[in-house]
Design a protein around this ligand. Structure first.
Ligand code: NHW
Ligand code: EN5
Length: 388
């Protein structure tokens, strides 16, 4: 049924739940010298390219491909619309490899028709720490679908990851493939009910009027926690220490260096917002919370309406209740005119969903590992990693 995935070192459905094998890599260990040095062959008239994210022309091409052809919800009402600033942030973390930003072009016209990316990450699984690739932004032009181009893109990226002596990867998808590590669910907290209902993102609840709905989701004007402020560069080492400590409780989580924390958490306009709680007396940083910005295009709307969504990112609590911290994020997101606040049921997020009026979405997110098998099945609460 999965002619490609059956050939790959991923857990196969028929092995699921067999506790016989050991935890660890699925494929036999290899050396870089054994990796093929020439790219996979593309169908005639197509060529590989490395997409230079420093080039504004290339960035426009990537942006246009993704904004017209990337992920939609299952009813095709919305499509992700990652901004160029966001993509540059997402794809150039410390130690990134330009060769992992792979495009496919039409030979004759140089038109960009497909894309796939990897970034390096140090991932911990239980107590095992490994360099991995985080794979994302796999996209094929709608006119070129179902031609088995995706397996070629995946194999070519895999080859280039192997050339860096990296043999594992982590990725997420809305669809089910062999074999999910965990299935997670999206939850949504309306910030602008009127707009959400107008664009079809949500419906009026039974027996609810617009007025009652707006009132139900009303938020205070100002944040609640004393010492709540935007993270600054001077907070990097304190935030790094807190996050490194906090992420230890999860089965799967990245090992973040100070450079990683600087890249992923220092606020960047319309890309990532991070806040800290600075203790009013000691001036120590006690808690951290963050979200990233990912708008969606409302499809079938001639006015090209955008839905402005915030996605919960990394949090740390040592003093403030998590629900209070996230409520403060809802307040600042509302002030900044976001329409909805989205979270996954991973980490400790289950603990505040009901209280803060999040509602279950219709989308799932599966997490996958490439060339690594875990003995025990995981639950969403075991995950301490977020892919963009
Ligand atoms: S998930 C978002 C993926 N992108 C989209 O959904 C955008 C809209 N769709 C498209 O552009 C986040 C196309 O439909 C795509 C498939 C390109 C999705 N992951 O070319 P064919 C990510 O970016 C398999 C993995 O004919 P297509 C994560 C499918 O099961 N595999 O299909 C990406 C089938 O194989 P099978 C996927 O519709 C992780 C084969 O592709 C997949 O024209 C990538 C069909 O190919 C998906 N999302 O193009 C894996 N969607 O065995 C990384 C379909 O079932 C692995 N397929 O016959 C690790 C690599 C690095 C290792 C390093 C050690
Ligand atoms: C790679 N990093 O399905 C990610 N989103 O629930 C790629 N639903 O927004 C994989 N269908 O439930 C991403 N409203 C996979 C997700 C793809 C996008 C997706 C879902 C997540 C989503 C919304 C809109 C549904 C539109 C019709 C949804 C209902 C919630 C509503 C909140 C307010 C109160 C009433 C209920």
């Amino acid at each position: 049924k999965h002619s490609f995935w059956e050939t790959q070192p991923v857990e196969q459905y028929h092995d699921r739940g067999k506790n016989t094998e050991d935890e660890g890599p699925i494929a036999p260990l290899r050396s870089v010298a054994e990796v093929r040095t020439n790219p996979y062959k593309l169908p005639k008239h197509y060529e590989w390219c490395i997409c230079d994210l420093n080039c504004t022309h290339t960035m426009n091409e990537i942006f246009n491909l993704l904004s017209n052809h990337y992920v939609e919800d299952f009813e095709s009402m919305f499509r992700y619309n990652y901004s160029k600033d966001f993509l540059q942030w997402a794809l150039r973390p410390p130690g990134y490899f330009p060769s992992w930003h792979i495009g496919v072009r039409v030979e004759a016209t140089k038109r960009l028709v497909a894309f796939i990316t990897g970034i390096p990450v140090n991932m911990r699984l239980h107590s095992m720490c490994m360099p991995m690739a985080e794979v994302n932004f796999l996209c094929i032009h709608k006119k070129l679908r179902s031609k088995r181009l995706a397996p070629l893109l995946i194999k070519e990226l895999t080859r280039r990851v192997h050339l860096e002596n990296i043999w594992q990867a982590i990725y997420t998808a809305g669809i089910v493939l062999p074999t999910p590590l965990v299935t997670c669910q999206y939850w949504h907290r309306p910030l602008n009910s009127k707009k959400l209902i107008k664009v079809g993102f949500s419906q009026l609840g039974l027996g609810m009027t617009m007025g009652r709905t707006i009132k139900h989701y009303r938020l205070p004007q100002k944040t609640f926690t004393p010492g709540f402020r935007a993270m600054e560069r001077r907070d990097i080492s304190a935030v790094a220490r807190l996050l490194q400590q906090y992420l230890q409780q999860f089965v799967v989580a990245p090992e973040l260096s100070e450079a990683d924390v600087e890249h992923w958490l220092v606020p960047l306009n319309n890309v990532v917002n991070t806040y800290v709680i600075e203790d009013v007396e000691s001036h120590n940083i006690t808690d951290v919370c963050s979200f990233y910005t990912l708008p969606s295009t409302v499809l079938g709307d001639q006015r090209h309406t955008a839905l402005k969504a915030a996605y919960l990112f990394y949090n740390v609590t040592t003093k403030t209740p998590l629900s209070q911290l996230v409520n403060d994020l809802l307040i600042v997101a509302k002030q900044s005119e976001y329409d909805v606040f989205n979270v996954l049921d991973i980490m400790q997020n289950q603990s505040f969903l009901q209280e803060l009026k999040f509602k279950l979405g219709d989308g799932h997110l599966q997490y996958y590992l490439y060339n690594y098998r875990l003995k025990e099945p995981l639950s969403p609460g075991d995950l301490g990693v977020i892919l963009l």
